[in-house]
Design a protein around this ligand. Sequence first.
Ligand SMILES: [Zn+2]
Ligand SMILES: [Zn+2]
Length: 404
Amino acid sequence: MENSAYLAFAIPAFFLFVWLEYKIAKRKKMKNVFKYESSISNISIGIAERLLNLFITGSFYQLFIFIYDNYRLFTLPNTWWIWIVMLLATDFVWYWYHRLGHEINIFWGAHIVHHQSEEFNYTVAARITTLQAIVRNVFWCVLPFVGFHPSLVMAILVVHGVYSFFTHTQVIGKLGWLEHILITPSLHGVHHASDEKYLDKNYGDVFVFWDKLFGTFQAEEEKPNYGLTHPIKSYSFLWQHFHYYLELYEAAKRQQTIKGKLKIYFGSPAVMDQDIRPEIEKKWLSKNKKDGYHFPFKTYLNIQVFVAFSTMLAMTYFYSSLDSLTLLTGTAFVLITLINIGAQLEQKRWVPYLEHIRFLIFSLFIIYESGYYYLLIFPFILILIIERIFNFSKWYQQKVLKIF
Ligand SMILES: [Zn+2]
Ligand SMILES: [Zn+2]
């Protein structure tokens, strides 16, 4: 895929802008722009999405071609103005994909992750899950169906991807007359707010007029409070991804009829029973985590983020030349690392066992690739020794996770 090499350059640019934003926010003495744990979890979610996207982008491109070849309504000419029409068409589809993402529970379960951050900065732009990417791609199928060529669609989607990155910042203020034409950082900040008057507003990506047309426009007046109306109190990678689907499952279970169950999945998030969240939080969230807890070994967290990021970047760049075993191992290694980071922030008791699994995946792969198969038993023996003789898990829980 030609796209993947391009992405391998775009991803480091992301970090350059995050760094610049951090420096500017510091110089302007702006408060509450960044929070360490929140940035780590935003970036973790972004790494997983970029990685898993490698596996789905190609299939959706094939699907776009299939729809275009067999079912397109019109054959649109390949001239300069088709780009303008397409920018408008994609922005229109985006508006509805995004709006339905807020109004239908099963879609909101994927999109809610983008709104969990209580800080608003460039790292939030990375907070997109693979599930959301899949939902979005299903909506994009409309474009080849209308008659836009799949290769043009892929090109314009890059424009959307880049544009929506730049609207996630507080360091750029209001932009004068542009506020009347484009979705600016100020207008998208309103979309991320939990204040009553800002709820369910500004769904557009590039242009502001869809919101004005469909009655969802709101300019920034008071400074927004960012995040969800009911914040999720957890930096766990798994919890952030799946808590809303657990809530839906629980809510559907309480319904007696099939119609009632379907109403939960396809109904509005606004009518969800608010008692369900606290109940499942009690069941699933860490019981060890103390208020105000911060994982004490930031360097260890940073190294893990860097390793997960570098592995994802290398896989992106070399994607087409990697065999299935390498892709599978790399993916498992990165995902376990991201789950590990979230679990460390949440003082989860099972982190040491996850460390063992990650070590096994990594070492068994290296040994297998080197061809010294008789060494495959050694990683198991090593774990047995450090557990039996040094009581590793107990030591880890007490000294690293501070669980007593
Ligand atoms: Zn949204
Ligand atoms: Zn956003």
